[in-house]
Structure formats: structure tokens, C-alpha cells
Design a protein around this ligand. Structure first.
Ligand SMILES: C[S@@+](CC[C@H](N)C(=O)[O-])C[C@H]1O[C@@H](n2cnc3c(N)ncnc32)[C@H](O)[C@@H]1O
Ligand SMILES: [Zn+2]
Length: 189
């Protein structure tokens, strides 16, 4: 399970979008909070706003305990074939993706009906992890997260072709972690 980029293998999390769709990504309102509803009142836990890492990111509004489930990665549920049909060409020219491969059958296309989880950026030293449960993907805290911290998980993007130095450079990582591997690409099995 992983972020998917069309043409990528289906192991680990796939997050990849090489296509024009990436350049036409949906406009998410800045500072729109996502949260739990308690007695009719919305309790925002995270907010979408500009990130120093890339574009928009998702930030904790209140403290989140390790292991807590925070968001579901939502969007249109499609096949890998449909994802390739929609984004194959576009992904040839962009490292941006809003696809998440839940498993070998299901890809979640967050460009359509996507929720706030689609704005979560990658880090080589993440504070969140993505887990698949019955074809659905949930983002949980891998460690305690303080208010104001950006939510980040490891995209571990795996493409079908060999991860050459050129391909790694074409998918640069700007997470700033001490152990940053310099690329969004993960390890091939
Ligand atoms: C689903 S979007 C995440 C939201 C993104 N920040 C935005 O505003 O569209 C995934 C894309 O964001 C970019 N991205 C996420 N994390 C990154 C990082 N650590 N370094 C560079 N680009 C990143 C990549 O283009 C990636 O394909
Ligand atoms: Zn990094």
C-alpha cells in the first residue's frame, strides 16, 4: 500500500501523479479545518494551510496521541487500470500525485471527492503512517504530535522502472529531515 504514481508497482504506499491533472489539482480552501463532531459542535483536529515543504499541508490544531487515527484518505475508488488511463500521460511530466494505492485492486483518486488527507506531505522522518483496512486507508499518528506540527508520512513511492539517480532527482524531497533521502521514491523490493 502506498501513494501511487501511474505505472508504479503495487507494493507499499503509492502516491504518484505524473500528469496535467497535477497541474490542475483541485482548489482546497485554505485553513479549512477537519475534525470530530461532538454534540453538534465541530472539534477541529487538523487544518489545511501553506506548508514550507510543498504547497499545502495538513497541520495539527490540538495535540494528537501516538497511535490515534486522524483522517481517512478519501476520494473516488477506481482500479489501477483506470488510474493509468486517467493519469498515465500527465504523470509522465510531473512528480505530483493525488493517487493512493490501497491494495492491488483499489486506487483512491483524491482529485475527485478527496478530503483533507490528500494535502498531507511526505517526510523521510514521518510522524504519521498510512494503514489499509479492508481497502480503506487511514492516517494515524506514528508518534505524539504537538499543536502546530505538520502531519507527514513516508510516501515510499515505488515506480515500475528502475530507480535511477535521474528518476530520483525527478521526484525530489524537500522534507528537510536530517535523514532525508532526497527523493520521494522508496526502496524497490
Ligand atoms: C497529494 S500532494 C500533497 C499536497 C501538496 N503539498 C499540494 O499542495 O498539492 C502530493 C504531492 O506533493 C508534493 N510533495 C509532497 N511532499 C513533498 C516533499 N517532501 N518534497 C517535495 N514535494 C512534496 C509532491 O509533488 C507530491 O506528489
Ligand atoms: Zn526527505
Amino acid at each position: 500500500m502506498s501513494q501511487k504514481k501511474t505505472g508504479s508497482t503495487r507494493s507499499k504506499s503509492k502516491k504518484s501523479f505524473k500528469n496535467k491533472e497535477l497541474n490542475k489539482r483541485p482548489k482546497a480552501p485554505l485553513k479549512k479545518a477537519a475534525g470530530r463532531k461532538t454534540a453538534g459542535k465541530s472539534m477541529p483536529r487538523v487544518v489545511v494551510r501553506r506548508s514550507a515543504i510543498h504547497g499545502r499541508g495538513v497541520f495539527a490544531v490540538s495535540a494528537i496521541a501516538r497511535g490515534e487515527r486522524i483522517l481517512e484518505y478519501t476520494g473516488e475508488r477506481i482500479s489501477h487500470e483506470e488510474a493509468d488511463r486517467r493519469y498515465g500521460d500527465l504523470h509522465e511530466n510531473s512528480s505530483h500525485t493525488m493517487l493512493f494505492a490501497a491494495n492491488d485492486e483499489i486506487v483512491i483518486d483524491a482529485t475527485k471527492r478527496g478530503g483533507p488527507a490528500r494535502w498531507i506531505n511526505h517526510s523521510c522522518s514521518p510522524n504519521c503512517e498510512a494503514d489499509e483496512v479492508d481497502g480503506r486507508v487511514f492516517i494515524s499518528a506514528a508518534r505524539a504530535i504537538r499543536p502546530g506540527q505538520e502531519l507527514l508520512y513516508d510516501y515510499n513511492l515505488v515506480l515500475e522502472e528502475r530507480h535511477t539517480p535521474k528518476l530520483k532527482r525527478e521526484h525530489p524531497c524537500h522534507c528537510g529531515a536530517r535523514n532525508c533521502r532526497g527523493t520521494l521514491l522508496g526502496k524497490k523490493r
